[in-house]
Design a protein around this ligand. Structure first.
Ligand SMILES: [Fe+2]
Ligand SMILES: [Fe+2]
Length: 230
């Protein structure tokens, strides 16, 4: 039994936004994902770090989630900035259950993988890039969601805490202190994030900062092979 993570599948199996048009690493990405998931067994867990489907509505995401569900392992998902289909937790869980898919949500909660708590939320842009008060509101809500998740880990007696975000809380030379200090406050060991693709990956910070290990796990960064993290 192992724990894996990967972000940014950007599927469009029922739509018209396949990423192959970008060429390069994204050419044949659906087949690459299918092949990459051969590393995963049915009794493993895979955390998917947002930007999963280009669908605009949950009903239109069926082919994408059918593909995700058929890949091996139990899936835990969090929201990315392109997940417009994301709706209430109850609607999403009912949708997954009605289709017989073993997909859970990492949203205002935490999940336990043995004694390790899997915490997370979407995150947001860096404060100095906010364009209006709306950004600040979203950012503050994301901080509350992350803390809710971390508190659930602490209250549940977690021995180790891993944090999963869509947006990077740290880049080379830039730190979102509000996020990283929360991660540190609750003693999380590792933090995994996605969102950065192609050339933007050169901005990614990967390594240790204030005792926490940060890693970028967007699909193209991993060559579409889920990363084993435990
Ligand atoms: Fe993203
Ligand atoms: Fe993405």
């Amino acid at each position: 039994m192992s724990l894996f993570a990967i972000g940014d599948l950007h599927l469009s199996l029922g739509g018209d936004k396949p990423m192959d048009v970008f060429g390069g690493a994204w050419s044949g990405y659906v087949d690459k994902l299918r092949a990459g998931f051969r590393a995963v067994d049915e009794d493993d867990t895979v955390v998917l770090l947002g930007d999963l489907s280009w669908a605009m509505h949950l009903d239109d995401s069926k082919e994408d989630f059918s593909f995700i569900a058929e890949l091996p392992g139990r899936k835990l998902i969090l929201k990315g900035n392109h997940d417009y289909w994301w709706t209430t937790a109850s609607k999403m869980l009912r949708f997954f259950e009605e289709n017989g898919w073993d997909i859970g949500l990492l949203h205002n909660n935490c999940h336990f993988y043995g004694n390790t708590a899997l915490c997370g939320t979407r995150g947001w842009f860096f404060a100095d890039t906010f364009s209006d008060a709306g950004d600040e509101k979203v950012f503050n809500r994301e901080l509350i969601r992350l803390e809710t998740s971390l508190k659930a880990a602490r209250d549940g007696g977690a021995e180790r805490i891993f944090v999963f975000l869509h947006y990077p809380p740290i880049l080379k030379g830039r730190v979102c202190e509000e996020m990283t200090s929360l991660i540190e406050k609750y003693g999380a060991e590792r933090c995994f994030y996605g969102h950065l693709h192609g050339g933007a990956r050169t901005r990614a910070f990967e390594g240790e900062y204030n005792g926490v290990e940060y890693r970028l796990l967007s699909a193209d960064h991993l060559n579409f092979v889920p990363k084993k993290i435990l």
